[in-house]
Design a binder for this molecule. Structure first.
Ligand code: PSV
Ligand code: MN
Length: 428
């Protein structure tokens, strides 16, 4: 739905300045034994970060929601939006569904619909934090007091069955993973027993794990608070690791950048989880105070860069094959514009980490030369790698300047025309 000819025209207007910037940058990077501009572009061209189906509509808070108009009304239309996003960024080749916000009646048809638009299905997400007649045995049970940790075995059973249903659905869609984020916990001290809640969740996850096909992965996603405001069962990376280990070998931990208490050293958490072989993937976003779901890289870009440096270490010069996804709530921006900016931020952090001189860093670390070690990272972080990211996009058929192109093609106005001004996407 993004007119390729129009995109080519728009790129034409940007080509001269991009070439000039690329030559300058390629010269800067041209050092013996170091990664070349061409190698960075090659790595970027393989990179894809999934878009969540719930983030192509506007998010909201309990103080209100301000729909932007033209929001996708069906899962097919969400796929259309991700296809449009990918046409511009060339780096969002899959969508992550959340069930039952998305619950296709014809999974095989949906898989074909997405494939026709070159979109695949990333990790499936199970929603056991909201009551929904289709997932809570026709409304006979409630998740008000938790799902896998609920004191009522009937509720726990329904929650397990829902996760198994989501796995089966994902198999038909061609997904290979299930992400489990639970709202389970307590709002009041003494409301439940910490240990009993944890053991129930571990038991439930083990049963869900045993339903996974051989080539599937399961991710446990921790979060310190909200909607449980006193204690969350899976509240930090340590609990997440314990749950992953208890669930089984196909389970690892997913790190959502907004799910940490203030000032947590997320890159160190990444290092630890990778060290024990239980780093599963990411939900990218940015945070100023809590789970703010702000645009990736808009608040703490240096932290994002350091996370990618850890990943490059794990992948020995490239990104390891983990689950990379954006998870944001777009409250006042056009969601697609925010996803374009976030995708760019992730690609920039990856490119900066790629160009960091790892040999010099290791030498400086061995020499206990803290200034030089830090300087080595700063040099990479302060390099403007945007031309590399733009060139990788151009070569992959995307837009040199995706945000400008998105506006120039008038996608939102066209969607308002087609879907209406009052359409609202499912999600939080
Ligand atoms: C929870 O805050 C979370 O980060 C989880 O990934 C959910 O699946 C998603 O947001 C949507 O609520
Ligand atoms: Mn998340």
């Amino acid at each position: 739905m993004i007119d390729q000819e129009r995109l080519a025209d728009l790129n034409e207007g940007e080509t001269t300045s991009l070439q000039r910037d690329m030559e300058h940058l390629a010269g800067q990077l041209d050092r013996p034994g170091r990664i070349s501009a061409a190698e960075v572009i090659d790595a970027l061209s393989e990179f894809s970060v999934a878009a969540p189906s719930w983030a192509v509509g506007t998010g909201g808070t309990r103080f209100g929601r301000f729909p932007i108009g033209g929001e996708p009304r069906t899962t097919e239309e969400k796929i259309d939006d991700v296809a449009a996003l990918n046409a511009l960024t060339a780096s969002n080749r899959s969508i992550s569904l959340h069930v039952p916000w998305d619950d296709p009646v014809d999974p095989d048809g949906l898989r074909g619909y997405a494939a026709d638009r070159s979109i695949g299905f990333d990790a499936m997400n199970s929603n056991t934090f909201q009551d929904n007649p289709s997932t809570t045995a026709d409304g006979k049970v409630s998740y008000k007091f938790g799902s896998l940790a609920n004191s009522d075995p009937a509720v726990r059973e329904i929650a397990i069955e829902h996760n198994q249903y989501v796995i089966d659905l994902g198999v038909r869609l061609g997904s290979r993973a299930l992400t489990v984020w639970l709202a389970d916990g307590m709002n009041h001290p003494g409301q439940a027993d910490h240990r009993t809640q944890f053991e129930r969740v571990a038991d439930g996850l083990r049963t869900i794990h045993d339903h996974l096909p051989d080539d599937w992965q399961m991710y446990t996603e921790h979060k310190p608070y909200e909607p449980a405001f006193y204690a969350t069962v899976n509240f930090d990376w340590g609990s997440s690791l314990l749950l992953a280990q208890a669930a089984g070998p196909k389970t690892s931990c997913l790190v959502d950048l907004g799910h940490h208490l203030p000032n947590a050293n997320i890159e160190q958490i990444v290092s630890r989880l990778a060290m024990v072989g239980r780093l599963g993937g990411f939900h990218f976003n940015d945070s100023k105070y809590g789970d703010d779901d702000l645009t990736t890289g808009s608040i703490q870009p240096f932290q994002l860069f350091l996370i990618f440096c850890e990943l490059i270490r794990v992948g020995d010069g490239r990104l390891p094959p983990l689950a990379y996804m954006i998870d944001q709530s777009h409250n006042i921006k056009d969601p697609l514009e925010d996803l374009i900016q976030s995708t760019e931020a992730v690609s920039i952090a990856y490119a900066q980490a790629l160009i960091a001189d790892r040999a010099a860093l290791h030498q400086a670390q061995d020499d206990n030369d803290a200034a030089l070690a830090q300087e080595t990272l700063q040099v990479a972080f302060r390099t403007d790698v945007r031309p590399l990211v733009a060139e990788a996009r151009r070569l992959a058929g995307g837009a040199i300047a995706p945000l400008e192109a998105y506006r120039a093609v008038g996608y939102r106005a066209a969607m308002i025309e087609r879907r209406g001004l009052a359409s609202v996407a499912t999600g939080l």
